[in-house]
Ligand binder design. Structure first.
Ligand SMILES: [Mg+2]
Length: 173
């Protein structure tokens, strides 16, 4: 079986703008993300992004615009990401089992990539990311740059992906 790092997108890989990010010029990959992802790959992890994209069902942007952002992301990280799962649904439109904190995106990924959750991790910056990760029996890291979310069930808290990388890799050897 494979081990995997599930990654939320905004606030983990690219800058969280406090709003939907769908314009290429707004999609800013955070410093050092490429190096962190390369390090995870070197240690044998699959890298899978799981992202809520309810702006699509709200009609704010198209899947094509989202895909253009994801191509920009992949180019900037040397195509290190193995797959990207997204959920287009907003709760006002559809009660999707995919939208985090629900877990269907993770379950599909596990089935497609033969993932062992007990060797795998979820890294995200919102409570819903952590809740989904815990539901899947993943170890979880909350990205909290200002360390202000004290009341989190996450296994670890990190300021950025660099610190998350250190936490995970230090336990691998
Ligand atoms: Mg996020």
């Amino acid at each position: 079986m494979n081990k995997c790092i599930f990654l939320d997108r905004d606030g983990v890989l690219n800058r969280e703008r406090g709003d939907y990010t769908f314009q290429l010029q707004d999609f800013e990959v955070l410093p050092g993300v490429s190096e962190c992802l390369a390090s995870f790959k070197k240690h044998g992890f699959l890298l899978i992004v799981v992202t809520n994209q309810a702006g699509i069902s709200k009609g704010l942007y198209s899947t094509q615009m989202m895909n253009a952002c994801h191509l920009k992301l992949q180019k900037e990280v040397n195509y290190a990401i193995d797959d990207i799962f997204y959920c287009r649904w907003h709760p006002s439109v559809s009660k999707s089992l995919s939208r985090k904190p629900q877990t269907l995106m993770f379950e599909k990924a596990c089935a497609l990539y033969n993932i062992d959750c007990h060797q795998s991790w979820m890294i995200g910056d919102r409570p819903g990311d952590i809740e989904a990760g815990i539901s899947m029996a993943l170890r979880t890291i909350l990205i909290d740059p200002e360390k202000k979310m004290n009341d989190t069930p996450a296994h670890y808290i990190a300021t950025d992906l660099h610190e998350a990388n250190r936490i995970i890799i230090s336990g691998q050897d």
